[in-house]
Design a protein around this ligand. Structure first.
Ligand code: FES
Length: 122
């Protein structure tokens, strides 16, 4: 992944429970294309695309990317479980594969920025 120049500010940390997740559609496609996942003071971003079957969207309803106790990211299509911090599939049909991570930044005022793979260069 090339190093994008600047983050796109997409949310505020107060929009996320702890643990919690949020789906976003920064490209205006009409469907969420990335997820933010909060665990404590850490926020992780991944493409909303399961590695099992051709990038299948993973939430079963809006913003629902975590399992019941909030300890793992889950793909609701076939139940794959992913580590929140690494995106590695720990259980399920894509064992050992990973979600596609996006670099994030949390500003001092709580804004959440994501370095999108297609951010325009300066
Ligand atoms: S599409 Fe995600 S587990 Fe099958």
């Amino acid at each position: 992944m090339s190093a994008p120049h600047a983050p796109v500010w997409l949310a505020h940390i107060e929009q996320l429970a702890d643990p919690g997740s949020l789906g976003l559609d920064p490209g205006g496609t009409g469907q969420d294309t990335l997820m933010l996942v909060r665990r404590g003071s850490d926020v992780f971003a991944y493409l909303d695309a399961c590695p099992h079957l051709g990038g299948t969207p993973m939430a079963w309803r809006k913003n629902a990317y975590l399992n019941g106790d909030g300890s793992r990211i889950v793909c609701h299509a076939h139940g794959a479980l992913f580590d929140i911090a690494t995106g590695e599939c720990l259980r399920g049909p894509c064992l050992g594969q990973r979600l596609t991570p996006l670099q994030t930044v949390v500003a001092q005022d709580g804004r959440l920025g994501v370095y999108l793979p297609h951010s325009p260069s300066p």
